[in-house]
Structure formats: structure tokens, C-alpha cells
Ligand binder design. Structure first.
Ligand code: F3S
Length: 391
């Protein structure tokens, strides 16, 4: 890999230990993927923030970087942690609270914004064509497919290293030739709600592996529908991008796949492991809710109250919550919780006694049986809210 003189100085440790280690991580990664050089990035987004998924060992590395004066050179944001500072933090013991806060502290010392969201694009939308180093898979697909930015699916260490160096190796999704679609997916059915878009993502993730599709039949999809599709796509496969318009004629030969309504229906059935049970938790907000979604939840709840024995969580980012004051008030008036900084998947729902989670998110339904040891029921937002509310 070719390094500029300045990059060589960083590599040799002339700019401090933290930059040196981060440069070594990036060079190693670049060599693995035959990158020829490093390119500047506009922003980095770090995963590995929730203590539940991170554990103890990485905290020491984060602390060592922060102690060595590691500082983000570009705009750097963080993924959700394992609880919010209000409702959930009180429900876990002191030890895990302290361990989580220690992780956050290291990111803060390194100059990361405590965005604590999987939707950093609501905080600041990257420009079309901007190169990023983002590590949250749902945000990666959204950035590449909906926002037109260019990012690989980074791991926690490489996103962190990129933030500190301000660069990423030029390979994968940073090269135009690797962004060409290879598969034409023909939707033979009209998708009717966000859950069906998520189911399409789950299904395609398994079929495509890492190939980029052009999906025909998404003309009516909202950005929130595409967010569900992308989050689910990244959950079951390594595809980092999809196209919504027909670019087939531009690039020659395509593998062709047809998706029918029965395929979507079967995927939803398979994701619901407890379709007849009563949910302990109804969870909306995977990925974190947009402003439109928060407003929609508030409208659907209306004046109703949450049933006794059921929890209703609406998860979003701090920035969206701050913009949705009236809707948040209406939602919380019902006895639901509008929770920032975390989500049902990255917190310890099992320690809260939650055995069954009902959600509109295919990504959550896919992960909850393993990561939360919970049974799942998946349904569109409206159908999730009904059983959680009185009247
Ligand atoms: Fe975000 Fe949690 Fe889903 S981090 S993408 S809401 S699993």
C-alpha cells in the first residue's frame, strides 16, 4: 500500500502511539483487501459502544487510546449504548452502569459525539459521494443506497481507527466498480408496510450474500421503508447496498430473482417465533425512529393508555427526540417510554424479565431470539400498538 510521507510519519509513531496503532490497523486492513492507498473521510461512526455486546476487554484498548491522546480528526459519532440515562439506567445494577459509562467516557475523551444512535444520518446527513467509515450495518446500507454516500461496513476497531486517522483504505464500496449491481430482483408483489419491506431485506440478505441488487418495484417505498429493508438486508447477509431504480441496461449481464407475496409471507411467519403469545414488550424503533415515525406512533396511540403488564418502548436518537417534543409528550402520556441512546436489542431485556418482544422491525425479530433470549412477534407498527393499548 502506498503511504504519503505524512502517513509514513504517523505509521512510524512520530505523531504519537494512538495515531500509530490506528494507522497500523488501517494499513493491515488495506493490505488484506489490496487497497492501494488511504483516502480522506468526512465522518466515522463507531460501533462497539454497548457494554452488553462489547464486554470488558475492548474497554482497556479504548482507554489506552484515550490515555495516549487519541483524538478523532473527523466528525465521529457513536452507536447505541446498553441503556438510556433515564428510564432504563435505574433498572440495572451499579456495576454494569459504571462499566458502560466508562466505555462512553473513553469515546468522549477521544472527541466522539455522544450521538448514541444507529441513525447518525438524522444528526447530520452526509453529502452524496462523500467517503465515510461507518460501522453500523443498517446505517451503512442506508448511506450507500438512500443517501448516495460511500462506505464499507466497518468493524468497531477500523471505524475507530479511521476516526483517529481521518482516513480509510480505498477498497470495496469506495471504488465505483464494486458498486455495480449484479442481480436484478423483480418484486412481483406490492409491499404494504414497513414489516414487509424488512422481510424482503431478510430474504434477500440470505440469497444475495454480498452481491448488490437492483430491486424493481420499490417505487412506493418511503425512506423509512427503505431503512427497514436495508437494516434487515445487512442482518442476514453481507450486501452493503441496493439500487431502487432500474440501472440494468447500463451494466450488461444480471442474475435474475423474482420475489412473490408468498415468499414475504413465509419470511414473516418464520420471524415470528411466538405469534400466539402475549408480548411483555412492544418495541418500535429499530433502526431508531425518524421524526415521521415518532409522529406516526403518536397519532396511532391517540389518547389511549398502555395496558398494565405491557411495556411500550419507542426508541430514537436524542436529536430526533429533541425535534419531536409534542409527539414525545403525547406518546409518554400514554404510559409508553420514548427512549434514546439504546434499543431493545442492545440492552438486557432478559434481566428485565421480558420473554416476548413484539416489534415492527425484521432486524429485531431476527436478532432477539439469540441476543435477547426472547420469543418474537413481528407485525406492522399499527398492529404492534393495538394489543399494547387499552380502548
Ligand atoms: Fe439500531 Fe438497535 Fe436496531 S442499534 S439498528 S435499533 S438493533
Amino acid at each position: 500500500m502506498h503511504l504519503t510521507r505524512e502517513e509514513e510519519r504517523v505509521y512510524d509513531g512520530e505523531c504519537g502511539w494512538a495515531s500509530k496503532i490506528c494507522m497500523k490497523i488501517l494499513v493491515r486492513l488495506g493490505e488484506l483487501f489490496d487497497a492501494e492507498k488511504l483516502i480522506p473521510i468526512s465522518s466515522a461512526h463507531a460501533s462497539g459502544v454497548s457494554y452488553k455486546t462489547l464486554g470488558d476487554a475492548p474497554t482497556e484498548f479504548l482507554q489506552a487510546l484515550a490515555d495516549a491522546d487519541g483524538k478523532a480528526k473527523v466528525e465521529a459519532t457513536t452507536n447505541p449504548q446498553s441503556f438510556d440515562m433515564g428510564y432504563l439506567s435505574k433498572r440495572f445494577d451499579k456495576e454494569v452502569r459504571e462499566k458502560q459509562l466508562k466505555v462512553l467516557d473513553q469515546f468522549e475523551r477521544m472527541g466522539f459525539t455522544q450521538s448514541l444512535t444507529c441513525t447518525p444520518y438524522y444528526l447530520k446527513t452526509p453529502e452524496k459521494g462523500a467517503h465515510l467509515a461507518w460501522a453500523e450495518s443498517s446505517a451503512v446500507v442506508y448511506a450507500n443506497s438512500v443517501l448516495g454516500a460511500w462506505t464499507n461496513r466497518e468493524g468497531g476497531p477500523s471505524a475507530l481507527a479511521s476516526a483517529i486517522v481521518g482516513k480509510t483504505p480505498e477498497y470495496g464500496m469506495h471504488k465505483a466498480k464494486n458498486r455495480e449491481p449484479k442481480v436484478l430482483v423483480k418484486l412481483e408483489t406490492l409491499l404494504e408496510n414497513e414489516t414487509e419491506y424488512g422481510a424482503l431485506g431478510i430474504l434477500l440478505g440470505k440469497i444475495l450474500e454480498d452481491k448488490i441488487p437492483v430491486i424493481q418495484g420499490l417505487e412506493n417505498a418511503s425512506k423509512d421503508d427503505l431503512k427497514q429493508l436495508g437494516a434487515a438486508l445487512a442482518s442476514t447477509g453481507m450486501t452493503n447496498m441496493f439500487y431502487t431504480e432500474n440501472v440494468a441496461e447500463k451494466t450488461g449481464e444480471f442474475e435474475k430473482i423474482s420475489i412473490e407475496h408468498k415468499d414475504i409471507k413465509k419470511t414473516i411467519e418464520d420471524l415470528s417465533t411466538a405469534s400466539n403469545a402475549k408480548a411483555d414488550l412492544v418495541f418500535i424503533g429499530c433502526p431508531h425512529c425518524s421524526l415521521d415515525e415518532i409522529k406516526h406512533v403518536a397519532d396511532l396511540i391517540g389518547d389511549r393508555k398502555v395496558r398494565d403488564g405491557t411495556e411500550l418502548w419507542v426508541c430514537t436518537s436524542r436529536c430526533v427526540r429533541a425535534k419531536a417534543v409534542e409527539s414525545v409528550k403525547r406518546i409518554e402520556h400514554s404510559g409508553s417510554h420514548v427512549i434514546t441512546d439504546t434499543c431493545a436489542v442492545v440492552t438486557w431485556t432478559d434481566r428485565l424479565g421480558i420473554k416476548t418482544i413484539m416489534t415492527n422491525s425484521a432486524k429485531t425479530a431476527h436478532y432477539a431470539p439469540t441476543l435477547n433470549r426472547a420469543e418474537t412477534i413481528i407485525a406492522p407498527m399499527k398492529n404492534c400498538l393495538e394489543p399494547a393499548l387499552k380502548g
